[in-house]
Design a protein around this ligand. Structure first.
Ligand code: HEM
Length: 331
């Protein structure tokens, strides 16, 4: 619990800073213009830095993790996803991981029962909550595109209609709002409840969860409860996109809390575990094909070693070897 307390206090403080600054000190420009620009620069710069750093790391050998039959003789059936032997099969495996979290689906639970007896069981809740969280977040972020462009594109409208199809509140309740809050709650509770996961959880595991939870809850407040002037928000965002530094009047302070938390998350992103978003594509254990038997991979920075065969060695020392009564191959 102690490891969760500090990130929790930090998120509360981070939420209070823009609220107080905008409401009582009139610092709208700082939080509405300067901080978002700084955040986007740090986010893009940091992300590019991490990806370039990974891309420059040498990967001399094939090290994909496999758990299926590799490509072999014609009559032995290859498992193309678990042991991909070419680029397209490896790409299919990475994409199935990205979109469906395949390896997490196979996650099992190990428990020690009386006896002592080790028992393995199915464990699908983490997979389900993880998938629900990531998909709902993606849909929410894509739906937000409407704040950045004058004419709302068709795909955003379609998403809004499908997401709000229940049509139970005014404005219509988005399913993704319910799902993201439920899924993040599950992911936090899981870290508290399971003793093994609690032990290995760090403040850096709780912080992003609390941040995303706070961002979603503040967003939900803005949409369904306290309301903010959405047209002014849209004006501000379109201005920012066009490098026009004028700040529309009358956006509620709550919006600045939402925006500031998003900015902090964006700046934190490249330097935290959240960067797995890019890392998954760069991971050699995932993105390489298992073709070591088909193709010889030579470490490119091996020193150029001059080798000498035994025959050459014997040619040089044959007479001396004979004198020393050592056996020779060529008489
Ligand atoms: C990590 C990024 C973000 C997340 C996860 C997020 C999450 C949410 C959520 C869950 C809602 C509730 C309503 C809905 O689902 O649309 C919401 C509303 C809102 N968000 Fe965000 N948000 C993010 C970034 C932003 C940004 C960059 C802006 C700047 C324009 C923004 C502005 C708003 C506004 C104005 C609302 C109220 C919408 C309404 O009244 O219909 N959000 N946000």
């Amino acid at each position: 619990m102690k490891k969760a307390l500090m990130p929790l206090v930090m998120v509360v403080l981070l939420a209070l800073v823009p609220y107080v600054a905008v409401q009582f000190a009139g610092l709208d420009f700082l939080f509405g213009v300067i901080v978002p620009y700084v955040a986007i620069v740090v986010f893009i710069g940091g992300f590019v830095y991490r990806v370039v750093d990974w891309a420059r790391s040498p990967v001399p050998f094939r090290i994909p993790t496999t758990c299926g039959q590799e490509k072999s003789l014609d009559w032995i059936k290859q498992n193309r996803l678990e042991s991909p032997s070419n680029f397209w099969q490896a790409a299919a495996r990475v994409l199935s991981e990205v979109f469906f979290f395949r390896s997490l689906f196979r996650n099992t639970r190990a428990e020690l029962h009386n006896g002592p007896k080790l028992a393995y069981g199915s464990s699908k809740w983490l997979w389900l909550a993880g998938l629900a969280f990531h998909w709902s977040m993606l849909v929410i972020v894509l739906r937000h595109y409407r704040f950045f462009i004058a004419k709302v594109p068709g795909f955003v409208q379609l998403m809004e209609n499908v997401d709000g199809f229940l049509d139970v509140t005014l404005p219509a309740l988005y399913l993704t709002d319910v799902v993201i809050v439920a899924a993040v709650t599950f992911l936090v509770v899981r870290r508290f409840q399971d003793a093994k996961v609690r032990l290995i959880s760090l403040p850096a595991d709780y912080f992003p969860l609390f941040m995303i939870f706070a961002i979603a809850v503040v967003g939900i407040f803005m949409r369904y409860i306290t309301k903010v002037d959405v047209m002014s928000v849209k004006d501000l965002m379109i201005n920012l996109v066009h490098f026009n530094l004028t700040l529309p009047e009358g956006i509620g302070a709550l919006f600045y809390v939402h925006l500031f938390l998003v900015c902090v998350l964006a700046m934190y992103f490249p330097f935290s575990k959240l960067v797995h978003m890019g890392g998954i594509f760069m991971s050699p254990t995932r993105n390489l094909s298992n073709n070591s038997r088909e193709k010889r991979h030579v470490n490119p920075w091996n020193p150029d070693i001059k080798i000498r065969t035994y025959a050459e060695y014997e040619d040089e020392f044959r007479e001396k070897m004979k004198k020393a009564n050592l056996p020779v191959e060529k008489k």
